[in-house]
Design a binder for this molecule. Sequence first.
Ligand code: UD1
Length: 305
Amino acid sequence: MKILITGGAGFIGSHTTELFVRDGHDVTVVDNFSTGKLSNLASVKAGIKIVELDICDTEALSIACHDVEVVLHLAAVSSVEKSIMEPLKTHEINTTGTLSVLEAARENKARRVVFASSAAIYGDDPQLPKTESSPVRPLSPYAWHKLTGEFYGRHYHLLHGIEFLALRYFNVYGPRQDPASPYSGALSIFNDRSRRGEALTIFGNGEQTRDFIHVSDIASVNLLAAKAQGSLPEIINVATGRETRIIDVARIIQAGYDNKGEIRFEEGRQGDVRRSYASTNLLAQALGYEPLVKMDQGLLSLRGA
Ligand code: UD1
């Protein structure tokens, strides 16, 4: 299959690209290298096409999409916090960028667009686990960007017949997740700080929960979603179905290192979801997938990262 992966040099994108290459596909990676790195693609770069461009540049993106059958749209600013600090800039990348990807896919008659959506869309709806039909209650611009992307995708399906699948990823972790910024994923920050013996910061009381899924499982789901034949649901949760408290995972990560720092508590973040874990029934039914990586194995994979 000829596939184009936006954000293919990033954390999720590079693991996904590697898997598509191993599975024998013709892969084009599009990335503006704002957070993505060429070094993430070191093991596969000889066998793929890499195009440096911004997804908002629809003309260039459309050229890169020539003859592509499936577009896997992963490029985004993935931080909830950053979307609150920089709403206009992140809107452009996450929302206008998604529209641009859909437009490039339409122009090139791509068969399917698979979109990296997010559990953030569910916000603080008290119903747990979150199912694909749970109410959506975005608490941050980021969550609105992802919800808007889903709406645009549905619109392109209804109007132009493009197959559209939104994968609502829960909290993804694993090697290559950059711990350097305060906007990075919690587990990459906890791991990096614990390795250095530095203090961990917990925003709020640490009782907030997340459903953590390893990036290798995400890559497997991306591959299945691109390859699946026949009709698929519009939206699928991608998660393990397990609920973990932030304070617990912080302590587990710290316990894995000798030189322990303290745990400090700071005021909770704006837009922060309190409890989140998924029903994974549809993931199992529609794509036949059950995540393979258990949390203890997954956290070990961070130590070498
Ligand atoms: C994350 C993803 C987002 C995804 C969403 C799906 C990142 C950066 N964000 O958002 O793309 O769509 O999951 O659910 O991967 N925390 C601390 N201390 C820290 C860092 C974070 O206590 O040093 C807390 C946060 O306040 C939050 C939790 O840990 O309660 C998780 O934070 P974070 O990893 O930033 O992810 P989400 O905001 O859930």
